[in-house]
Design a protein around this ligand. Structure first.
Ligand SMILES: Nc1ncnc2c1ncn2[C@@H]1O[C@H](COP(=O)(O)OP(=O)(O)OP(=O)(O)O)[C@@H](O)[C@H]1O
Ligand SMILES: N[C@@H](CCO)C(=O)O
Length: 301
């Protein structure tokens, strides 16, 4: 058996309202991925926690795809891939579970093959596997990231806000795959909706950079994806409104959903309970986590 490595990767909330496919925040909820590579044998997988019994143990596993991508790129021919996943990030809920698996797989395989890839190489590879950079960038670098694809390369900016806030993530008891949540999006949008989002996204980044958090109320508004995804999440508008009424600075869909996220600087418990109650009125059971910004990104343990 070749040496083994353990990587911890944060969950992430993407879009943050208007910043579709571009803005993401690393959150203090973590998965751990332990990898061993050997010359013989196939794929073996142990999953503890979220996704146990549901995550595939063959080549369709996104962590395995990521590991194989590194092996191919670095010219290694290991046949044995032994994986142990300890998962806290719920699957297909909008907290970047697939990004965490991809980033964990890429970084672990890079560690075991001589660390020849830079974090920027890892970001490009992760974006190629995930399809968009907004979850993988904060999972790698921590903090808040703005990331875009430019001629096949991922450009990113990472920063931390000057003043802290809590994120209340409400997790309903049903899955929604990103694939399904992207299918409901239109091919084109009215010019006025695009302009609406350009302004809100600029305001969002400015508010987060400057600490002018009271601007989040308007800065989290979106017309590019949330209105189309609302039909997939019973009670979404009412839950977001309940968060604001309970004192949140603003609220939005987390990633592709179905989690909803509220940003608050004072009373996260109250906001969480109000959101869960609003979901229950629509016959959706839910629980909430109070998360902060993870500043480290993926690390070797
Ligand atoms: N720890 C894991 N190991 C391997 N595969 C995983 C793991 N976690 C999630 N996946 C795969 O990723 C899929 C979920 O990805 P999807 O993009 O739909 O949701 P998400 O990443 O949780 O949400 P979002 O992208 O909206 O934040 C799962 O169905 C599973 O196939
Ligand atoms: N930007 C992505 C995030 C989910 O992976 C989306 O909204 O589809």
């Amino acid at each position: 058996m070749a040496n083994a490595v353990k990587i911890r990767v944060p969950g992430t909330t993407a879009n943050c309202g208007p910043g579709f496919d571009a803005v993401g925040i690393a959150c203090t909820i973590y998965n751990e991925l332990e990898l061993s590579l050997s010359n013989e044998g196939g794929i073996s997988l142990e999953v503890i926690g979220e996704g146990a019994g549901a995550i595939p143990s063959d080549n369709s596993n996104v962590a395995v795809k990521a590991i194989k991508m590194v092996l191919a790129k670095t010219g290694h021919n290991y046949q044995g891939i032994q994986l142990k996943l300890t998962n806290n990030i719920p699957l297909a809920r909008g907290l970047g579970s697939s990004a965490a698996a991809i980033v964990g797989g890429l970084i672990a395989a890079n560690e075991l093959t001589g660390n020849s890839l830079t974090k920027e190489n890892i970001l490009d590879m992760a974006t190629a596997l995930e399809g968009h950079p907004d979850n993988v960038a904060p999972a790698i670098f921590g903090g808040i990231t703005i990331s875009i694809l430019d001629s096949g390369n991922t450009q990113y900016l990472r920063f931390l806000p000057p003043s802290g806030f809590s994120m209340v993530v409400v997790i309903p008891a049903f899955n929604l795959s990103t694939k399904a949540a992207r299918k409901v999006l239109p091919d084109s949008v009215p010019f006025s909706d695009a302009a609406f989002n350009v302004g809100r996204t600029a305001l969002l980044v400015g508010a987060l950079c400057s600490g002018e958090l009271k601007l989040l109320s308007s800065a989290l508004e979106d017309k590019l994806h949330q209105p189309y995804r609302e039909k997939l999440i019973p009670g979404m508008a009412q839950v977001l409104s309940a968060a604001r009424q309970a004192g949140a600075l603003g609220a939005a869909l987390s990633g592709a959903g179905p989690c909803l996220i509220a940003f608050t600087s004072s009373n996260p418990e109250e906001v969480g309970h109000a959101m869960v109650k609003a979901f229950r009125i629509h016959n959706v059971e839910a629980k909430f986590h109070i998360l902060n910004i993870d500043t480290q990104g993926a690390i070797k343990l």
